[in-house]
Design a protein around this ligand. Structure first.
Ligand SMILES: [Zn+2]
Length: 376
C-alpha cells in the first residue's frame, strides 16, 4: 500500500511542515503534477500566502478547492510518530494534515490524473483553487483569489471543497452550506465610586447584567430546513476596579453570533443596539463579520455528489450546514454551487491526526465519479 500513488503523494505533502500560512513547496508539487497532464497554472502569491488557480479545458467549470497549510502540530511528544514523518502503521497514515487536508488534496490530484488519462478531450473545464491561508487569517488566500477571478470575469459553476465533512464513513455527511459568524467587542461605561455610596456612582457590572440576560435569552430565529437557529455565545467579560470597595466604571465583553441566512448582519446589529438603548447603557461597540453564511440549494451538484457517494461507497449521504466557517464563504461570491466533501473529521487539529489509506482511495474514486458526471 505504501507504493500506491495516492499514498506516495499524501506522504510527500505531509512531510512538508507547511504551518499556515506557509506553503513551503507543496503547491509546486501539485502544480508540476497538473502541468504534466495539460493544466494551465497561475500562481497568485500575496504576502506569505501561496495560491494556485489551475485549469484544463473549456466550458462549464468544476473546481476542486483546498489548502496546503496546516495547523501547528501541538505537543510533539504526545504524537505516536513525529507529526511530519508521515508514518504508516497498520494501513493508517499518521501526520499533521493527513485529514485536513493534504490527504484530500492527494485524492483530488490522483482522481484528476486518472480522469484526464481516460478522458483527454473532456467537454467541460476542470480546475483547482488551492491556497495556503485557510487555517490562519484567510485574507490573502481563497478570498483574494476569488476577487481576482471575479475581476477577470472568470466563472466557477460547481465547486467541491475538500474539507473533512465525513464523520464515520466517507461521504456520510456532505456540507451544502455554513452559518455566518459575527463578533462584537462591547464596552459599557458607568461611573466609578465607593461601594458604600450607591447614589454617587453607576456600576458598570450592574448595568450590564439585565442587558446580558435579555441578549442570551433572545431567539433570533428558529432556523429553517437546512440551518439550525442562530445562536449567541459570550466568550469574554472583564471588569475590575482593582479594589474590593470600589465599583468599576467600565466593563468590556466579547460575544459571537453564528447566524443562519434567515437573518442578516444589520438585523443582528440593530437588535443588540436596540436593547442597549432600552437599558440606557452608555457603550461603544465594534463589530467584525468573519464570514457570511452560504447555502447551495439541493440541485445538480448535491445530486451528483450524493449519487457518486452512493455509487462508490454504497451509502446515502446526508446534507448538513453544521460546523464553523470555511472558504466556501468566499467561493460562493463567484456564484458557484458548493459542496464540501472530504475525509473523516474525527482527528482534525488534534495530535495523532490520522487517515485510513482505504479512505484516501474511496474519496479519490468519489471525486473521479463526480468528474465523470460533470465533465463529459
Ligand atoms: Zn481544512
Amino acid at each position: 500500500m505504501k507504493n500506491f500513488p495516492i499514498v506516495k503523494l499524501a506522504r510527500k505533502l505531509i512531510s512538508i511542515p507547511s504551518i499556515s500560512p506557509l506553503d513551503l513547496g507543496c503547491q509546486e508539487i501539485i502544480a508540476n503534477r497538473l502541468r504534466s497532464i495539460g493544466f494551465t497554472i497561475k500562481h497568485i502569491n500575496i504576502n506569505n500566502t501561496s495560491n494556485i488557480w489551475a485549469f484544463r479545458g473549456k466550458g462549464k467549470t468544476l473546481t476542486f478547492a483546498g489548502h496546503t497549510d496546516v495547523v501547528p502540530a501541538g505537543k510533539k511528544k504526545l504524537w505516536k510518530f513525529p507529526p511530519f514523518d508521515a508514518v504508516i502503521e497498520k494501513n493508517i497514515l499518521f501526520g499533521r494534515g493527513a485529514i485536513d487536508m493534504k490527504g484530500a488534496l492527494a485524492a483530488m490530484i490522483i482522481a484528476a490524473e486518472k480522469f484526464v488519462y481516460l478522458n483527454p478531450n473532456h467537454k467541460n473545464r476542470i480546475s483547482f483553487l488551492i491556497t495556503s491561508d485557510e487555517e490562519s487569517n484567510a485574507i490573502d488566500g481563497t478570498k483574494a483569489v476569488i476577487e481576482n477571478l471575479i475581476s477577470q470575469k472568470e466563472k466557477i459553476d460547481y465547486c467541491i471543497l475538500g474539507e473533512p465533512s465525513s464523520t464515520k464513513v466517507i461521504g456520510d455527511f456532505i456540507k451544502n452550506g455554513r452559518r455566518g459568524s459575527i463578533t462584537a467587542h462591547l464596552k459599557v461605561f458607568g461611573i466609578q465610586g465607593h461601594v458604600a455610596y450607591p447614589k454617587s456612582f453607576d456600576n458598570s457590572i450592574h448595568k450590564t447584567i439585565p442587558f446580558l440576560f435579555r441578549l442570551i435569552n433572545h431567539e433570533f430565529d428558529t432556523g429553517n430546513n437546512f440551518f439550525p437557529s442562530t445562536s449567541i455565545q459570550i466568550v469574554k467579560i472583564r471588569s475590575d476596579s482593582n479594589s474590593e470597595n470600589v465599583v468599576p466604571d467600565e466593563l468590556s465583553m466579547v460575544f459571537n453570533i453564528r447566524f443562519s441566512p434567515v437573518i442578516n448582519v444589520n438585523e443582528i446589529k440593530h437588535f443588540v443596539e436596540k436593547i442597549l438603548f432600552k437599558y440606557r447603557i452608555k457603550y461603544s461597540i465594534k463589530w467584525k463579520v468573519s464570514g457570511y453564511p452560504f447555502f447551495t440549494s439541493p440541485g445538480v451538484l448535491t445530486k451528483t455528489v450524493t449519487e457518486a457517494v452512493q455509487f462508490v461507497n454504497k451509502i446515502k449521504s446526508r446534507l448538513s450546514t453544521s460546523g464553523g466557517t470555511s472558504d466556501g464563504r468566499f467561493i460562493s461570491l463567484i456564484g458557484a454551487e458548493i459542496v464540501e466533501l472530504g475525509l473523516i473529521n474525527k482527528t482534525i487539529h488534534q495530535v495523532n491526526e490520522q487517515v485510513k489509506i482505504e479512505d484516501l482511495s474511496i474519496l479519490s474514486q468519489i471525486y473521479q465519479r463526480i468528474m465523470d458526471k460533470l465533465l463529459i
